[in-house]
Design a protein around this ligand. Sequence first.
Ligand code: ADE
Length: 247
Amino acid sequence: MAKLEVEILTLFPRMCEGYLAESILGKAQASGLVAARVTDVRDFAPGKHRVTDDAPYGGGAGMVMKPEPLVDAVEAARARLPGAAVVLTSPRGVRFDQALARRFAEQGRLILVCGRYEGVDERVMTAVDMEVSIGDFVLTGGELAALCVADAAARLVPGVLGNDASAGAESFAGGDGLLEHPHYTRPPEWRGRKVPEVLLSGDHRRIERWRRRESLRATRERRPDLYARIALSEEDLRLIDAGDDEL
Ligand code: ADE
């Protein structure tokens, strides 16, 4: 059985299907490591017009997603995936991060409910376990957010990335909370810009120290909030201001 089973509940299935079918997530499904399903919430809306939204009580602009189709869709998904975490994507949710991605990957079953329009009837919240936001901005709907969550969890499933080491080597994921060091590939010189000499040296210990130094510097400069939370070793303190000849 797949290591991660994900079901996305949405009014716009095609928005999600295209992304899930391509590249790494597409391969992960083909190899059986990830099972993804996209469910059209409209299939749970009754009547000829299959209405899923309505005007807000109290007045105001925009439409609100009705509770019945969404909650019926959640209940059907829960029956397919017992024990799944049920997450509503919403700008009001807790901020999504790598730790939460890891938790979902480990739990192994995830139901993502996409909000739309101005919002979702508050009574839907009793049917979900948590609300998750991917950042302090407002999207037109929760689909992109759901795909972000599904993608970040799926790449942590062992075997999904070709090389098992790569999930851990990247920003945040190694548990060290640092941003990634820069990467280079061929050619060694391009438009007058040279690849740092250390990376061509073949000296793997020195290359590791260079990478660590660059991660530390990038984090200090770009994300002082993350940098403040890192437990720096004596060697880190030496490295961060070391020149290339001191690595
Ligand atoms: N839906 C709309 N905006 C969102 C956001 N920032 N995060 C999650 N879901 C959303």
